[in-house]
Design a binder for this molecule. Structure first.
Ligand code: NDP
Ligand code: A1CAB
Length: 259
């Protein structure tokens, strides 16, 4: 496919890196300041530099607040049979359609783990999208990790709060965990190794186990042992559950404000 990427910042750039490594599609990036692009990518600074080219996919990866200003310049560059794909948080199909008209539009919500090919994305296709168009974009997103198709846009906003914003929460939890290990006397590098290897190993063990997370937690918690002493603090007054629920609710509410 011939794909135009509008905006090549942190998220668009991470996905582009995976796509160019696969080498299956042709990419043009429209971004006034993009640099360090792979050799195979064509770069333009603005829509007028595109001349009369038309694309199979126009992928919108600019900030939600810029879409109304920037997207009108690109509304005409999609082939009749093409697909608009937006990764912008919140921005609804209806808002996009106000700019590009009654077109095949998909909302994809990726996450930053795409940087290492381990992203997880949600995908919603409006009813103008054919099964073939959906299949093509699912295959494209699969090249950045895993793609989960959802039935409605609200699911995309909910998924944004869980996995789209998820790396932000996880980076913060890791920072705090490493800081706590340092406070216990480990140097920074050792603390990072202990925490990162504990987290990746535990996630993989959970993924491969048939036990529930509660059963797995209990399986490593000796009666009156060290883990129980730690968990008594971590689980005190359900603070962790309450905090994670309010964290996800706040992100979901913000997605609604960006519609
Ligand atoms: N970051 C993340 O983890 C995720 C982000 N998203 C979504 O991805 C989108 C992009 O986010 P993110 O990559 O973080 O943001 P960035 O600011 O890193 O990327 C946006 C890019 O668009 C460029 N840009 C600015 N003006 C224009 C223009 N007129 N035409 C074309 N490009 C332009 C910016 O250039 P400059 O920097 O010079 O202004 C920048 O390179 C957002 O809609 C966000 O909701 C979705 C999931 C996860
Ligand atoms: O913070 C944001 O709004 C974007 C969308 C999901 C992750 N980053």
């Amino acid at each position: 496919m011939n794909i135009l990427l509008i905006g090549c910042g942190k998220m668009g750039g991470a996905m582009l890196r995976q796509w160019t490594a696969h080498g299956e599609h042709s990419f043009t990036v429209a971004d006034p300041a993009a640099n360090d692009l792979p050799d195979s990518v064509t770069h333009v600074s603005k829509a007028t530099d595109l001349s009369s080219q038309e694309f199979d996919v126009v992928l919108i990866a600019i900030k939600p607040q810029m879409i109304a200003d920037v997207l009108p310049d690109y509304a005409h560059v999609l082939k009749e049979s093409g697909t608009f794909v937006s990764i912008a948080a919140g921005t609804s199909v209806a808002s996009l359609a106000k700019v590009v008209g009654d077109a095949a539009i998909m909302r994809v919500m990726p996450n930053m783990a795409a940087l290492v090919g381990m992203g997880v994305s949600g995908l919603y296709a409006n009813d103008r999208c054919t099964p073939q168009q959906t299949q093509d974009i699912v295959a494209l997103i699969d090249q950045t990790g895993t793609c989960i198709a959802v039935e409605n846009e609200d699911q995309i906003d909910r998924l944004t709060a869980v996995s789209g914003s998820g790396p932000g929460y996880v980076f913060e939890i890791l920072r705090s965990y490493v800081a706590a290990a340092e406070a216990l006397g480990f140097d920074h590098e050792t603390a990072r190794t202990l925490v990162f290897d504990t987290v990746t190993g535990t996630v993989e063990a959970a993924r491969q186990s048939e036990l529930t997370l509660e059963e797995l937690r209990n399986s490593v918690t000796s009666k009156n042992g060290t883990t129980q002493a730690g968990l008594n603090e971590l689980m005190r007054d359900d603070v962790l559950d309450t905090l994670l629920q309010s964290t996800l609710q706040a992100a979901y509410a913000r997605a609604g404000e960006l519609r």
